[in-house]
Design a protein. Structure first.
Length: 242
């Protein structure tokens, strides 16, 4: 019950904030710019239009690193964190409600990304992808960002926006750096690489096995979720001032 109450209460919290518009408008603008570039650029640095989703997977941690602190900051504005922690029935339920709400926003954003891409690719580029491909891309995207959210929410609570944004930038840079032979050997231990490698395999850009990455993702995501829930359940509300 606490999970549902926390989830739906967040709709009220984000009213008159840019969070919802951020998730709705960014996909439209980003997808339109990419498709216009791909349609009218004389030279394509990106050889396959489907690489759009790989680039999105690469850059999305930075988006998360900005959105999560903004979302967490709402609790500090509406009521003090320490007071809120003392009033809730279940801290685990509150934490789960926040994670689910953030995932819901990302799912909505991803649906818009895919909808805009589908419309643009068909109208502007005359390129078609079957509906099943969009479902698989959506599944890869959502599963691979769960770990990142589970890391950023506690960091945003404890340290605020600066550390969260720094981690997001570092994760994107790390994922880019490990797109090499060294990364081929250790990518399954790098959460920011998971979605990229899964998409490359699905699109046929890579022939490497992804099963070790699936196992690593399942185990590491479960572990970080458990640790973050345990931390939140014992957190006293202390915040490192930025």
């Amino acid at each position: 019950m606490t999970v549902a109450r926390e989830f739906f209460s967040n709709f009220t919290k984000i009213k008159r904030t840019p969070l919802l518009l951020f998730h709705l408008i960014t996909p439209v603008v980003v997808t339109a710019l990419f498709l216009l570039y791909y349609a009218f650029a004389g030279y394509h640095i990106i050889p396959d239009v489907r690489s759009f989703f790989i680039l999105l997977q690469l850059a999305y941690p930075m988006f998360i690193s900005i959105v999560v602190p903004l979302f967490i900051h709402l609790d500090r504005n509406i009521y003090g964190i320490q007071n809120a922690l003392g009033l809730v029935e279940s801290r685990t339920g509150v934490y789960a409600g926040k994670i689910l709400f953030l995932l819901f926003l990302s799912a909505m954003s991803m649906i818009i990304y895919e909808g805009c891409f589908y419309a643009g690719a068909n109208v502007i580029l005359d390129i078609q992808m079957d509906f099943g491909s969009y479902l698989i891309i959506f599944g890869i995207f959502m599963l691979s960002i769960l770990f990142i959210y589970a890391v950023h929410v506690p960091i945003a609570f404890r340290f605020g926006s600066s550390v969260s944004v720094l981690l997001g930038i570092s994760g994107t840079i790390l994922a880019g750096l490990f797109e090499n032979p060294i990364g081929d050997k250790i990518w399954f231990f790098i959460p920011w690489e998971w979605g990229i490698r899964f998409l490359k395999k699905y699109f046929g850009f890579s022939s490497e096995a992804v099963f070790p990455g699936i196992i690593a993702m399942a185990m590491m995501t479960a572990l970080v979720l458990l640790l973050s829930i345990l931390w939140y359940s014992k957190w006293e509300g202390k915040v490192t001032q930025e």
